[in-house]
Design a protein around this ligand. Structure first.
Ligand code: NAP
Length: 314
């Protein structure tokens, strides 16, 4: 007798994830429209690529047992709504710390040392001879890095910065003395971090508190040679204020892995600036990390479907 498959709704799940789910799972294509048959049928949800899941969507999935998120950030899921409905939410913390920290350093180096502008120049007809006065960047070694959000990823950024002989400042809501001892980082007030840092790296989650955390006031506190790096989430930075700060050279440059909206409209003025380096949300996009994220997503899903505690629960 054929056993019934377990219906799970997912958004554009890649082949590797589908394969790991196995034949007993039926993947229903994402459909959150009113009266959606997928919502009526699903017992699990996999959020891949950050689709929004709020309380009203949860209410339209009467048999929902688990939400399994591919990724650590869960700002696109209403966690309180899930909690009040006793729906467990899983995510993939830890496995992406190194790759996301690597990418933070990639943006730091690219913005400071003209990697992207230099690449374009080196391919252009204008590059006729080596001129030592061209494209002089900012020294990374010995410059001060300020990390906003010294959590799992932020700590890995700090480790890498130490290898570049960078003094590291950090700001969290709570001071982390164990991290200070282990990593040799210094806790400072938020405004002092902005004033003293050559690079400001955003590695905090997106919450109500961190929405527009960096705006006109914050740019006015940064050094004119300062560089902003956003590896967190787009809405942590006020993009109009960022454009004004970059265009007027109130700050020197910015590196963005995330934007609001994502992607930016193709005509967005930020995309016309040469002192901006932008990547399409590549923080955790490395081969081994992606593989582990998929494993963790599937393990959380399976646990939730069978009523067990999730191995990695929000
Ligand atoms: P985590 O371990 O929870 O660390 C977050 C840190 O942010 C904590 O140290 C926390 O300290 C601090 N924080 C929270 N609210 C803050 C606030 N209002 N002001 C200042 N600091 C605050 O998280 P994680 O695993 O490192 O991930 C961090 C975020 O990175 C994720 O939520 C996600 O949005 C983003 N991310 C992006 C990519 C990418 O591809 N670009 C990849 C992975 C993750 P306190 O609680 O003491 O404030």
């Amino acid at each position: 007798m054929a056993t019934e498959k377990i219906p799970v709704m997912g958004d554009g799940l890649p082949a590797a994830l589908r394969e790991m789910l196995g034949p007993e799972i039926e993947v229903l294509e994402w459909d959150d429209s009113p009266g959606s048959p997928a919502l009526a049928k699903a017992v699990g949800i996999v959020t891949y690529g950050h689709p929004h899941v709020d309380g009203s969507l949860m209410d339209r999935v009467p048999n929902l047992r688990v939400i399994s998120n591919h990724g650590v950030g869960v700002d696109h899921i209403n966690i309180e709504a899930a909690r009040s409905r006793t729906i467990p939410v899983g995510n993939t913390p830890g496995c992406l710390d190194a790759s996301t920290a690597d990418m933070t350093m990639a943006l730091l180096l690219a913005t400071a040392r003209n990697v992207v502008v230099g690449d374009h120049f080196a391919r252009s007809a204008e590059f006729t001879h080596y001129d030592p006065s061209q494209l002089i960047g900012y020294e990374v070694s010995g410059s001060t890095l300020g990390i906003v959000g010294l959590g799992r990823i932020g700590k890995q950024v700090a480790r890498r910065a130490k290898a570049f002989d960078m003094p590291v400042l950090y700001y969290n809501r709570r001071r982390d003395e164990a991290a200070e001892r282990e990593l040799g980082v210094t806790y400072v007030a938020f405004d002092d971090l902005l004033r003293q840092s050559d690079f400001v790296s955003l590695n905090c989650p997106l919450t109500i508190e961190t929405t527009n955390l960096i705006g006109t006031r914050e740019f006015s506190l940064m050094k004119p040679t300062g560089i902003l790096l956003n590896m967190a989430r787009g809405p942590v930075v006020d993009h109009d204020a960022l454009y004004a700060a970059l265009h007027s050279r109130r700050i020197a440059a910015a590196g963005l892995d995330v934007t609001a909206p994502e992607p930016l409209p193709r005509q967005h003025p930020l995309l016309g600036l040469s002192n901006l380096v932008i990547t399409p949300h590549l923080g955790s996009a490395s081969n081994r990390t992606r593989h582990r994220m998929i494993q963790m997503t599937v393990e959380n899903l399976r646990a939730g479907l069978t009523g067990q505690a999730l191995p990695w629960s929000v």
